[in-house]
Design a protein around this ligand. Structure first.
Ligand SMILES: *[C@@H]1O[C@H](CO)[C@@H](O)[C@H](O)[C@H]1NC(C)=O
Ligand SMILES: *[C@@H]1O[C@H](CO)[C@@H](O)[C@H](O)[C@H]1NC(C)=O
Ligand SMILES: *[C@@H]1O[C@H](CO)[C@@H](O)[C@H](O)[C@H]1NC(C)=O
Ligand SMILES: *[C@@H]1O[C@H](CO)[C@@H](O)[C@H](O)[C@H]1NC(C)=O
Ligand SMILES: *[C@@H]1O[C@H](CO)[C@@H](O)[C@H](O)[C@H]1NC(C)=O
Ligand SMILES: *[C@@H]1O[C@H](CO)[C@@H](O)[C@H](O)[C@H]1NC(C)=O
Length: 644
């Protein structure tokens, strides 16, 4: 129809007839369906007009519903309809059933969505989940290396493809929104979330943020207004830059603690990735549990409203972290009524409640009704949420697409993950002083030893945020390949592999001479958030003993599986080669690809490798910088096409 005026002068008769016919037809269609024209439902209208039209039709209850995000466990059809719920989430490990298939996830989301569509205005819910290293809550999804490993790749193009694959896998389960990327600048590895950070270096975090946001959401066209949320289509997801701001700068790396910094240092170190995310059209920003100079971020109106919304011109929505409104007081929930007022006033748009929605709704309703919270603030919040929902096409395509179910754990995604693993490994030592390099290893050895707790443990190599919130050990957690399995697949058929999880020194001593070399794989066990805070950063036992026992008897390569640098200085001398593998995820083949020289080592440290914890925090650029391995360090090897 919009093309009609330009063509009409050439041949007036036909288009006019068509026009009349079309008008008649649509009138008939509308009459038979008993519907009048509703502007907000018209995808041809500009998003701003659709938002204003819809907002003008909404009751206070419907508006507060949009601001409410509840847990999937609570999201029955009746609750969604009664409270006009605007968003549902899966908390870490919250799944429709154990090992649920993509189809089962889709059915769950579709049922909730149908309830939302039945409400008076039919506003679709937006379902969100933490897809932070692939679609990690979902059984048999591709698990990519955690962000620290992606920082080591220094490869934004690869990171963008990981974002695309993650979006496809989320859509495979009917989910259009992920609480990612984490754009934290982790300044202290004692922090339990340090592996969720790409780097200690702001510039590297910016580089990866600028790649991951369009990976997940798609590329905004060149003339798209900056700061406006953008999601390209049904194969993309809305993203969420988190945790605003200074989450990685807390004292001693204590999770959710106080970040003591001048305004200028906060802007210089922790703020820049948000500017990049906003410029790329990120749909939402999640606030940090932490405080800045003693004030909880969730009640910081200056940083949320004045800086993020007004100065950076962010036009998507601001979401809380889990139960974070409760947690601005000690103990949590102490003055909930007042906490709602503080946080909404600060600029929060959507509240991850997630369980006690009746109390939240009642308290917020009272405060808006009696004027303690201004309706303008509510309208701003709801407009931002609706803007994202319109921008991502949720009104036009609210339901999961059954054709996408096959994207979950797709082969091509696993190839990308494998590439990411080999690009993320950092080679820190290769041969003792004066001796020749140990890596790449020969595939044609007669007999080799593979030892340690992390050699054959898929759960350990995936880390936290894998199937469950904290992650867990074992090999039946999800589909994937352990490092041992990858080594077996890489070496010659004739090579004998002795594998022992807990090597016994005397039995190794007996056959030490028979081994061409040993691969020792040790590291941290899975953790997430506060459970990962750690002031000693030692390799958990028996890791150090395994290193000393095996490396004392056999030429050894130590592969460390960990979310961060650990104390290795006491053992590094005993090792013949040392590889930081971070938390590589399900595609163990990527480790073998570089150990055996099918590909060269190229990874560079995304973090400073300290000597001892009393140096911490110590970051690249600091005055008294005295690391074991500096930021950016990483030895390289060339692919060995002909095996010796
Ligand atoms: C920081 O951690 C200390 C020690 O656990 C605690 O006493 C304090 O309340 C925390 N501060 C904040 C702002 O969370
Ligand atoms: C929401 O679900 C949680 C977990 O199942 C439950 O403990 C809580 O009571 C539910 N909330 C409401 C308001 O029913
Ligand atoms: C609104 O109601 C609450 C709870 O009854 C009360 O504490 C508060 O003072 C009221 N505010 C105004 C502006 O009336
Ligand atoms: C595999 O996982 C199931 C739970 O899904 C657990 O009950 C079982 O013990 C696990 N088996 C092994 C060998 O770890
Ligand atoms: C998950 O993957 C494993 C290994 O590929 C496979 O055996 C299993 O059937 C898959 N499970 C589901 C529910 O698809
Ligand atoms: C190091 O800290 C962690 C986390 O607090 C603790 O579990 C572990 O036992 C500590 N290790 C040593 C050797 O003190």
């Amino acid at each position: 129809m919009r093309a009609a005026p330009t063509t009409m002068w050439r041949s007036p008769a036909a288009p006019v007839c068509l026009l009349v016919a079309a008008v008649l037809l649509s009138a008939v269609a509308a009459a038979t369906a008993g519907e009048e024209y509703v502007k907000y439902k018209d995808p041809k209208k500009p998003i701003g007009e659709r938002v204003d039209d819809l907002l003008s039709r909404m009751t206070l209850a419907e508006k507060i519903g949009q601001m409410s995000q509840i847990e999937r466990a609570n999201a029955t059809s009746a609750v969604i309809e009664k409270y006009f719920v605007g968003s549902v989430l899966s908390g870490g490990g919250s799944v429709p059933s154990e090992k649920a298939t993509a189809k089962e996830w889709q059915q769950m989301v579709a049922k909730m969505q149908k309830a939302a569509l039945k409400t008076r205005l039919g506003i679709p819910i937006i379902y969100g989940i933490d897809a932070v290293h692939g679609h990690n809550n979902v059984h048999n999804a591709t698990i990519f290396p955690h962000n620290v490993g992606l920082g080591a790749t220094r490869d934004p193009k690869l990171v963008k493809r990981i974002g695309q694959s993650t979006a496809h896998e989320a859509r495979a389960t009917g989910i259009p929104y992920t609480f990612a990327p984490c754009v934290a600048v982790c300044r202290d590895p004692r922090w339990g979330r340090c592996y969720e950070s790409y780097s200690e270096d702001t510039k590297l975090v910016q580089l990866m943020t600028s790649a991951m946001v369009p990976g997940l959401q798609g590329d905004a066209p060149a003339r798209y207004p900056k700061g406006t949320p953008f999601v390209a289509g049904g194969m993309n997801v809305a993203g969420c830059a988190k945790h605003f701001v200074g989450d990685g700068g807390t004292r001693d790396g204590i999770n959710e603690n106080n970040t003591v910094l001048s305004f200028h240092d906060l802007m210089r170190i922790h703020m820049p990735p948000y500017d990049d995310a906003v410029i790329k059209g990120v749909a939402s920003v999640m606030i940090s549990y932490s405080s800045w100079n003693g004030v909880k971020m969730h009640e910081n109106r200056f940083l949320i409203t004045d800086i993020l919304k007004n100065k950076l011109k962010f036009r998507g929505f601001v979401i809380t972290d889990w139960q974070a409104v409760d947690r601005i007081t000690t103990p949590p929930h102490k003055h909930y009524y007042h906490s709602i007022q503080e946080t909404i006033h600060a600029g929060i748009d959507m509240v991850m409640i997630p369980y006690d929605y009746p109390e939240f709704v009642a308290d917020l309703t009272t405060q808006v009704s009696n004027g303690s919270i201004k309706l303008d603030r509510i309208n701003d919040a709801v407009s931002r949420i609706l803007r994202v929902k319109f921008a991502m096409g949720l009104f036009e395509n609210p339901l999961p697409d059954p054709r996408l179910a096959g994207e979950l754990g797709d082969k091509e995604h696993r190839q990308i993950a494998r590439e990411a693993v080999r690009r993320s490994l950092v080679l820190l030592k290769n041969g003792k002083h004066g001796e020749k390099p140990v890596l790449p290893l020969s595939k044609k050895a007669d007999k080799i030893l593979v030892a340690g707790s992390h050699a054959h443990n898929l759960g350990f190599q995936c880390g936290g945020w894998t199937v469950s919130w904290q992650g867990q050990g074992g090999n039946n957690v999800t589909a994937g390949t352990t490092i041992l399995e990858a080594i077996k697949a890489a070496v010659d058929e004739s090579t004998v592999i002795d594998y022992t999880e807990h090597p016994d020194k005397s039995s190794i001593a007996e056959s030490a001479k028979e081994y061409d070399y040993a691969v020792v794989v040790v590291g941290e066990e899975p953790y997430a958030e506060t459970e990962g805070d750690n002031l000693n950063l030692t390799i958990p036992s028996p890791g150090p003993k395994v290193i000393k026992d095996v490396c004392g008897l056999v030429k050894c390569v130590v592969v460390l599986v960990s979310g961060r640098p650990l104390v290795v200085e006491p053992y590094i001398g005993a090792m013949d080669a040392f590889v930081a593998a971070w938390l590589p995820g399900t595609e163990g083949h990527g480790v073998a690809d570089v150990l055996f020289g099918d590909h060269g080592f190229t990874g560079k440290l995304p973090r400073t490798w300290f000597k001892s914890v009393d140096q911490l925090p110590m970051n690249f650029g600091d005055k008294h910088y005295n690391p074991l391995f500096p930021f950016g360090f990483g030895l390289t090897t060339k692919p060995s096409h002909s095996q010796s």
